[in-house]
Design a protein around this ligand. Structure first.
Ligand code: SAM
Length: 249
């Protein structure tokens, strides 16, 4: 099945309703900021969010850091700018972009899951390293690793702003599936149940993501020149792996 990624193109307008920017993201970002302050060799004032999407993390990090966001999708960048007019946003592909400037900290979280092969995965971390000051901290946080992946996991999320946009009500049904556990990929399939003034429209979406073991994450990060500190973050019933990585070179 072909990768559609409609969530970042024609259906990007749904993104603000998937999760609560001021709620679940706030707790996660406090954890991220705490890790950066703990591991940084010098005061951390600037942060680059790679794969910033609609800017929900930026929204929660901008009080602590001067934030720049990079993303591939113009539609998502437009949302990030609306939510964070005081921050800077640039279009770029995390495998290749070079801004020609460096930061005290870099965040790479859910977007790095779109690196669906080892070469792209390693290239994304080289991009992170190229934008970090020596002693700066990369926070790399996988959605899942090979150890935490759950076959056929299906989550249902109700629109965070149900009814807020004049009769609009959205339900997101997300399924993950690994057709071949021997390779480094899995599939995400999403159904969007969109009701506008009670009238139902069903849209579908599908994409391929990368799935790597914790050992692979650590090996690639070390090979890129990072000193790696592995930790955990709890969100509801889920526990996520978070790598705090100090640029040694
Ligand atoms: C789930 S969204 C990120 C949401 C974000 N964490 C937030 O705070 O709103 C995933 C993002 O990854 C971006 N992405 C996917 N592949 C990318 C690439 N090669 N380079 C840059 N961004 C990419 C997509 O455009 C999308 O906006």
């Amino acid at each position: 099945m072909e990768n559609t990624c409609r969530l970042y193109t024609d259906l990007a307008w749904l993104w603000p309703m998937w999760g609560d920017a001021a709620g679940e993201y706030a707790q996660y970002c406090r954890h991220v900021a705490g890790l950066i302050q703990r591991h940084a060799a010098r005061p951390a004032r600037t942060l680059l969010d790679i794969g910033c999407g609609g800017g929900k993390n930026v929204f929660n990090l901008k009080e602590t850091f001067s934030v720049t966001g990079v993303d591939l999708s113009p539609a998502m960048l437009a949302q990030a700018r609306d939510l964070n007019p005081e921050s800077t946003f640039v279009r770029g592909d995390m495998r290749t972009f070079r801004l020609g400037t460096t930061f005290d900290a870099v965040l790479m979280d859910d977007a790095v899951s779109y690196m669906a092969c080892l070469a792209d995965f390693a290239a994304a971390f080289r991009t992170a390293s190229a934008h970090l000051n020596p002693g700066g901290v990369l926070i790399a946080a996988p959605d899942v690793t090979a150890e935490t992946f759950r076959q056929n996991r299906t989550t249902v999320t109700q629109s965070a702003r149900t009814g807020a946009r004049d009769g609009l009500d959205v339900v997101f049904v997300e399924n993950v599936y690994d057709p071949d556990p021997a390779d480094e990929q899995y599939e995400t399939t999403v159904l969007y149940l969109i009701r506008e003034h009670g009238r139902l429209r069903i849209e579908t979406d599908h994409w391929t993501m990368g799935l790597f073991s914790r050992d692979t994450w650590k090996r690639v990060l070390r090979e890129t020149g990072f000193e790696v500190h592995e930790g955990r973050h709890n969100a509801g019933e889920d526990e996520y792996t978070v790598f705090a990585c100090v640029k040694t070179g």
